[in-house]
Ligand binder design. Structure first.
Ligand code: GLU
Length: 393
């Protein structure tokens, strides 16, 4: 993350208590922005904060104009839907929430499409469940789709698929979902817009000595203790879930910001130096992902490759089916596999794009033939270069 000089300067001990120089957001490559329900829906008046959302859409279009890829994780389906359906009162039963989400998600997606559309930016709705971000097979699909949306210049607008997710398999809050999305897509910054302007040493509402923390270099047990557990009815995520999100994001090589979203043009405000809390990471998305692939996954099989493939992999290319001579193991798509050179030496590891049955049928063949052999057009690479670690140290 070479360009982040001024983020690095935030970590110096002398800066910890000062107001840090904000790094400009255009230094980031890929940014995930999480918007909470309370910001989008004015429950007291039973309507949407349309002008606010328009101002955020303007900020997003500006950031995109500076060459930054943007994803949005937007809550608000349940809050919007319950307003439309007249489900007032306290907390909803699970099936009421799900019905509310079914109605509200349509409105929410339309809203984003319209607001971004005013700036000639396309929105693409992506609904995911917990399992989509946990299971590698589904994970690769969600990742590939979002990647393609970004490549096409669109803004993925992500929410949990609340209508089908039951209690046991729910995220329940979008803070952690946003962090998972950031990790999954290799974002280098996650911005959580909230109704507080960051982390305090104690609850600012009840403790007059509470001090705002502008920079958190590392999430320590002490930091976790500061987060407490409070959450309002609308935003399930209290500070605790934000710290959990911070652990996921920083572990995946993304910095995270908690900022007050209750102002117009909230992104521009951050860039302008508004008070917020930065959670810094020492790593980058690429190195964190490589460490994950190279270290923590149990290989489920082996791909033996030819000399041409060894040379190509050493140049940083993807592993194509044509370079694979033999496979071993009952691996499924998305599993980690070992890659072995002709002499049997382990060349690296990667996440394989095909189940072993399909892989066996396409090895030694050109990628253009895959569709004819399998009857569907799969991925060109057996292991994409983003999913590969070659000759780990
Ligand atoms: N997915 C829920 C919704 O869109 C919100 C969860 C959250 O706010 O954290 O209504």
């Amino acid at each position: 993350m070479a360009k982040l000089d001024n983020v690095a300067s935030l970590t110096g001990p002398s800066r910890m208590t000062d107001r840090p120089q904000p790094p400009s957001l255009d230094q980031f490559r890929r940014v995930v922005i999480k918007v909470g329900s309370a910001l989008l829906v004015d429950r007291a008046r039973g309507r949407l904060n349309a002008a606010w959302l328009a101002s955020l859409a303007e900020d997003i279009a500006d950031l995109k104009g500076q060459g930054v890829e943007v994803l949005v994780v937007s809550s608000g389906a349940i809050a919007l839907g319950r307003t439309v359906l007249g489900l007032s009162g306290g907390s909803l039963k699970l099936e009421e929430s799900q019905a509310a989400a079914a109605v509200g998600q349509i409105a929410l997606a339309r809203l984003w499409a319209e607001m971004l559309g005013h700036h000639a930016v396309q929105a693409g709705q992506v609904l995911v469940t917990f399992a989509d971000t946990e299971e590698r097979r589904r994970y690769l699909n969600a990742r590939a789709t979002m990647q393609k949306l970004l490549e096409l210049g669109a803004v993925p607008v992500v929410n949990e698929n609340d209508t089908v997710a039951t209690n046991e398999i729910r995220y329940g809050d979008n803070d952690r979902l946003a962090a998972r999305v950031a990790a999954m897509i290799g974002a280098d910054l996650l911005v959580l817009f909230s109704d507080v302007d960051g982390l305090y040493t104690a609850p600012p509402g009840s403790d007059p000595d509470a001090r705002h923390l502008p920079v958190i270099a590392r999430i320590t047990p002490e930091i976790e203790a500061m987060a407490g557990g409070a959450a309002s009815e609308l935003s399930r995520g209290g500070m605790r879930t934000k710290i959990e999100a911070g652990k996921i994001a920083t572990g995946a090589g993304a910095h995270m910001i908690i900022a007050d979203g209750r102002v117009k043009n909230p992104l521009a405000r951050i860039a302008g130096g508004a008070r917020c809390s930065w959670f810094l990471t020492p790593s980058t998305p690429a190195s964190a992902r490589k460490a994950w692939i190279g270290g923590s996954l149990e290989p489920r099989g082996t791909l033996h490759v030819d000399a041409g493939a060894v040379a190509a992999l050493d140049q940083g290319a993807s592993l194509l089916p044509v370079g694979v001579t033999r496979i071993e193991g009952d691996f499924a798509r998305g599993d980690a596999v070992l890659i072995r050179a002709p002499d049997g030496a382990v060349l690296g590891r990667g996440l394989v794009a095909y189940d072993h049955e399909d892989a066996a049928r396409i090895i030694g063949r050109r990628s253009a033939e895959i569709a004819d052999i399998l009857g569907f057009r799969g991925r060109d690479a057996m292991v994409h270069r983003d999913d590969l670690v070659v000759r780990p140290a």
